[in-house]
Design a protein around this ligand. Structure first.
Ligand code: SOE
Length: 393
């Protein structure tokens, strides 16, 4: 739908694993289904291993490759840097890219620490004065059912928010023989389930309610502290090699916390990779003074709505099939009832980012918003370490 006459937006991406493959798909697909004011081009893919990055580029449709991200951000034939690497590299790449005048899309969580995130938000503020934008990839916000939930809260359909119940449940680590990955190393990932998936819940809860979290009380746990090194990885899990070598898990396997929101609402959050049988169950339930909303990513095309003002005889949760043309983003896809998938949140993210760049507006979540999520993650870790509210039974 986007025509070849439109100005190109030349993307340079760093990293090409799970998120890199997903972002490549999003950049390729966005202009084919949405009318965009600019035409994204998969210009340059960067990765350290020359042979591997070349193979990835050929598979995913990138024109050229680089083996050093510093060379990538300095290129004057690239307009946007898309960061799909582990968290320990986010700050350096993003700040260098913004200083070089490139727009930035950075995977979540924004950074591995509040300090790094502050540095990134500061660079984004300075870049904004020069018309350069930065966005953090909390893609779940753009799952149509969650975007609709936000619209319904804004329209007052559930009144004022009282309760938030947010769970993000996966099970790919419940097998103790699942091998080590960078996601289990604090120096690379910052934290474990908390930052990887809990961050999504925090962002989604704040986004849908429009309220900021002001305080937390937390508990973190690591169930399996040593795992096999190497081995075959299938998706996120897989099996370790049996040569006996092991690596230390230095992050949380599960995080639980309660939270206070500005305005008086309270919330409970749970993030775990040990919920056997739950594969990617990102759930959010919100109870307000006039109604309730409930979402589960394992049924991502639906949103449950309870209208507390309906007559008691017929009141009850209704399931909205969020695939109608009136729903957010869905009109650009398939006929009613022909649902969307995980990848669509990333495509919608690319769409909104391209539009913001063309219109000169700040895309959301901005680095400033992502810094707020980072502050919550940090508060959760500080609370769990202090255990000051903990009472032995
Ligand atoms: C792995 O736990 C992971 O891929 C996260 O990193 C993503 O952000 C989430 O969308 C699915 O789970």
């Amino acid at each position: 739908m986007t025509s070849p006459q439109q100005a190109p937006l030349r993307v340079g991406m760093v990293g090409y694993a799970f998120m890199g493959a997903m972002h490549s798909h999003a950049w390729r697909t966005a202009p084919r289904f949405f009318d965009l004011p600019m035409r994204p081009e998969l210009a340059v893919l960067a990765g350290r291993d020359q042979a591997a990055v070349k193979t990835a580029a050929d598979t995913m449709g990138w024109r050229e490759t680089e083996t050093d991200w510093r060379a990538l951000v300095e290129r004057d034939d690239v307009d946007l840097i898309d960061i799909c690497t582990p968290g320990d590299t986010h700050a350096d790449i993003a700040v260098a890219a913004l200083e070089a005048g490139k727009h930035v899309l950075c995977e979540k969580p924004l950074a591995n620490s509040v300090q790094e995130a502050e540095r990134m938000a500061e660079a984004a503020r300075a870049a904004a004065d020069r018309g350069v934008v930065a966005m953090c990839g909390f893609s779940y916000r753009r799952t149509p059912a969650l975007t609709l939930a936000r619209h319904l809260v804004e329209q007052g359909k559930i009144g004022s928010v009282r309760h938030v119940r947010a769970q993000y449940l996966q099970d790919w680590l419940s097998d103790e023989s699942a091998p080590m990955t960078w996601r289990l190393e604090r120096t690379k990932a910052g934290s474990g389930a908390l930052g990887d998936i809990g961050a999504h819940s925090i962002d989604a809860a704040q986004y849908v309610t429009g309220l900021d979290i002001s305080g937390v009380s937390a508990l973190l746990n690591t169930f399996v502290s040593e795992r096999p090194l190497g081995g075959t990885r299938i998706g996120l899990g897989g099996t370790g090699s049996d040569d006996g070598r092991t690596g230390q898990v230095t992050v949380d396997d599960a995080a639980i916390f309660s939270a206070r929101f500005d305005g008086g609402a309270i919330g409970v959050f749970e993030a775990t990779r040990f919920a056997l049988g739950r594969k990617n169950s990102m759930r959010l339930e919100i109870n307000g003074t006039r109604g309730s909303l409930a979402f589960d990513f394992e049924h991502m095309n639906s949103l449950e709505f309870y209208d507390g003002t309906a007559e008691a005889q017929t009141a009850g949760f209704s399931t909205i099939n969020v695939t109608e043309p009136v729903h957010p983003y869905t009109g650009n896809w398939w006929p009613s009832g022909h649902g969307l998938g995980y990848e669509h949140g990333f495509i919608h993210q690319a769409v909104d980012l391209v539009r913001a760049i063309a219109e000169g507006t700040t895309p959301s979540p901005s680095f400033e918003e992502a810094l707020r999520v980072q502050r919550v993650l940090d508060a959760v870790e500080r609370s769990a370490a202090a255990e000051s509210g903990w009472r032995h039974v």
